[in-house]
Unconditional design. Structure first.
Length: 118
């Protein structure tokens, strides 16, 4: 009986330790949903888009126009004149600090929380 109690306590300690480690990991890697999408051309802010207002905008890049769509809290690139269309295939983004980049056009979209003045 004494050995069983000891093993139960060891198992309980391992489970609690694992729970604490998982909680800490989850809290440090937790990403919040963003509120705005900041569009840059090079290092210059071109515009800020509210993620809760459905809209479609066109931004002039270095080689073509980039069409950006905001739909139900997510942003994505609908069209771009770049060759590989990597920015179009990056898909929808909605979490804080996620990015979409079109290197040939030098257009970058970064999701922000809306409170920062960057």
């Amino acid at each position: 009986m004494n050995k069983r109690l000891r093993n139960d306590l060891i198992l309980l300690f391992i489970c609690l330790s694992l729970g604490v480690v998982l909680f800490i990991f989850w809290r440090t890697n937790y990403k919040r949903v963003g509120k705005t999408a900041v569009v840059y051309h090079g290092e210059e802010v071109v515009l800020e888009l509210d993620l809760y207002k459905n809209q479609e905008v066109s931004v002039e890049g270095d080689i073509s126009i980039v069409v950006i769509v905001v739909n139900y809290g997510k942003v994505y690139v609908k069209e771009s004149g770049c060759e590989n269309q990597i920015c179009v295939h990056m898909g929808e983004k909605s979490l804080e600090n996620e990015t979409i980049t079109c290197l040939p056009n030098r257009i970058t979209i970064i999701i922000r929380d809306g409170d920062s003045n960057e």
